[in-house]
Design a binder for this molecule. Structure first.
Ligand code: PEP
Ligand code: MG
Length: 593
């Protein structure tokens, strides 16, 4: 267990202002870490001296900005330059200068106080402007006054940037001048309390092509320097102290992002139909409703896995039925989606080890998690089931139960689902007349009894992340064992093929929603098995669709058959990888770029 895991995981929602995903250590930046003093001048004779001090600070501020501008020009960061021009104009603004001097003169106050009063005056004026672009420009005045104050304090604007590692800068706001003083080659992302798409943070981040999320309200009070954070500038999310599983998932997303960025998106909405007309339905996995627009843009036809446990992340108290419902309705209301598969929560394991309802366990991955936890905490489970039923009245929902290991669990879950429906109907609440029920196939015992389970549900969804960990006895979050975690292991291939064959024999659909579904190397192997649906991190979708569209089911079946004739995992991998790079040189070239 990493040290990071002991810290509370937080998910913060802001505005994604520069796309991309980055994972790194936080560096908390406070440009005004200057102790200011505000006081009345003892004697009127001190006023000229105070005015001179103010003028000197103005001069020094302008000198610094010109120097920063010259440095930015040298470094060819041209975009932020005009912002610095604006700041210089404010510094030279006659009204700004004369009013500040008037405050000093009239009120007999020190220069710091007068500058602060000017800022407050501007804040009031800008707050009254309806146009949000213009009102947001108060930040320019703020930067300028901060710089003047820093110079008045004698700090000469010399901010020391204490970081040597690659960092994600967390700040109230970031000005181009601030960035000019940072070791930008070490900065991998930004997260700020304030700002939107036109804020300086956004402009700077986009010009430097680093992911950024702004408008997070109070991230500076929630994050400490050296906390691990993930910035998802595409969905506008910041995850603080992610647990290992989540970290791993974002590492994968990062790789996919690089490949999904460019020309892939133009193919994203095309169907995943092979040259010989076999159609695979492609869905998106989401953890937050904010990801839905990006999932759709990347070609998700439906949501194949909504990991609802994240509703619990930020709240100290348990979410109510209303909290769940308000969340699910945002998912099912997305018109472009054919349906949404809501997975009941998979708490426990390495997800939220600090959860008060789960005792510390020696072996959390095999402990009181997912459906086991739900069947013990029935009230908590029912709250969620009721909310899912209510969402089913608004849009098409399928429900998916995680970690099913035997028939009794699925029967008990179905029974509670029916009870929840009956209660709602008795209360006169609208629900769908029926809802498809699915079992996640992620425990080896479920594979062995898949023929029996198929009689209990409408569909299967294979969770390879857990299935591989349990089948090969490899902790999925243990980086030292990562070399053994092999989706193409002959045992895994046999398990998967068995599930698909059994499901089809029983006439139910079979999906995959583990990471393997979005792994381009494995794509044709899964096609060869004739999976009906593949649901994945949405960033992986465009490429998977391209591979499927350029292939035939017939060829994929031959590839699968050949791959399954090897006994050694590394031989399977070498064979499949070789086949894929030979047949899709462009796709695999991209991954290495
Ligand atoms: C899986 O186990 O493959 C899966 C999709 O579920 P999770 O990653 O949330 O455990
Ligand atoms: Mg799982």
């Amino acid at each position: 267990m990493s040290a990071n895991q002991e810290k509370k995981t937080l998910v913060l929602k802001g505005i994604g202002v520069s796309p991309g995903i980055v994972i790194g250590k936080a560096y908390l930046f406070d440009p005004l870490d200057v102790q200011l003093s505000f006081y009345k001048l003892d004697d009127a004779a001190l006023i000229p001296q105070e005015i001179q001090r103010f003028k000197n600070a103005l001069k020094e501020s302008e000198r610094q900005l010109l120097e920063i501008q010259a440095n930015l020009k040298k470094a060819k960061f041209n975009e932020p330059l005009y912002v610095i021009d604006v700041h210089i104009l404010i510094l030279r603004d006659k009204k700004f200068i004369s009013r500040t001097m008037n405050y000093i003169r009239r009120l007999g106050i020190n220069a710091e106080w007068a500058v602060r009063m000017m800022l407050d005056r501007y804040k009031k004026i800008f707050a009254g402007v309806e146009d949000t672009y213009i009102s947001s420009r108060i930040s320019d005045v703020q930067y300028v006054t901060q710089r003047i104050l820093r110079n008045l304090s004698g700090k000469k604007g010399q901010t020391t940037w204490g970081f040597d590692d690659n960092v994600i800068v967390v700040a109230h706001d970031i000005s181009p001048a601030d960035t000019a003083q940072m070791k930008m080659e070490k900065v991998r992302g930004f997260a700020t309390d304030i700002g939107g798409r036109t804020s300086h943070t956004a402009i700077v981040a986009r010009s430097m092509e680093i992911p950024a999320v702004a408008g997070l309200d109070n991230i500076t009070s929630l994050v400490q320097t050296a906390d691990i954070i993930i910035i998802d500038g595409t969905s506008g999310l910041v995850i603080v102290n992610p647990y290992p599983d989540m970290l791993k998932r974002y590492e994968e997303k990062k790789i996919h992002y690089a490949a999904a960025k460019n020309e892939y998106l133009s193919h994203a909405k095309l169907p995943a139909t092979t040259l010989d007309n076999y159609h695979v339905q492609i869905g998106g996995n989401i953890e937050f409703v904010e990801e839905i627009p990006t999932a759709i843009a990347h070609g998700a036809e439906y949501i194949g896995l909504y990991r609802t446990e994240f509703i619990y992340i930020n709240s100290e108290s348990l979410p109510t039925e209303e909290d769940h419902f308000n969340n699910y309705r945002q998912v099912v209301e997305a018109k472009e989606l054919l349906w949404s598969t809501i997975r009941t929560f998979d708490l426990g394991g390495d997800k939220f080890p600090s959860n008060s309802r789960t005792a510390k366990e020696m072996n959390p991955q095999m402990g009181m998690r997912a459906i086991r936890f739900c069947l013990r905490e029935i009230d908590l489970f029912k709250t969620q089931l009721r909310a899912i039923w209510r969402a089913s009245a608004i849009g098409k929902v399928k429900i998916l139960f995680p970690m099913i290991s035997g028939i009794e669990e699925i029967r008990e879950a179905k029974q509670l689902l029916q009870e929840a429906k009956d209660e709602l109907v008795a209360e006169g609440v609208s629900v769908a007349s029926a809802m498809e029920i699915g079992a996640m196939i992620e425990v080896p015992s479920a594979v062995v009894i898949a023929d029996k389970l198929a009689g209990e549900v409408d569909f299967f969804s294979i969770g390879t992340n857990d299935l591989i960990q349990y089948a090969l006895a490899i902790d999925r979050a243990n980086e030292h064992l990562a070399y053994l975690y092999e989706p193409l292991h002959p045992a895994v291939l046999r398990l998967l093929k068995n599930v698909v064959d059994v499901a089809h024999k029983a006439n139910i659909r079979v999906a995959m929603c583990g990471e393997m579904a979005g792994d381009p190397t494995c794509c044709l192997i899964l096609l060869g098995m004739e999976l009906d649906e593949l649901s994945m991190s949405h960033l992986a979708i465009p490429r998977i669709k391209r591979i499927i569209r350029a292939s035939s089911l017939q060829d994929a079946k031959v590839l699968l058959q050949n791959a399954m004739s090897f006994n050694v995992a590394s031989e399977v991998r070498a064979y499949v990888q070789d086949y894929m790079t030979q047949h899709f040189p462009n796709e695999f070239q991209k991954e290495e770029d």
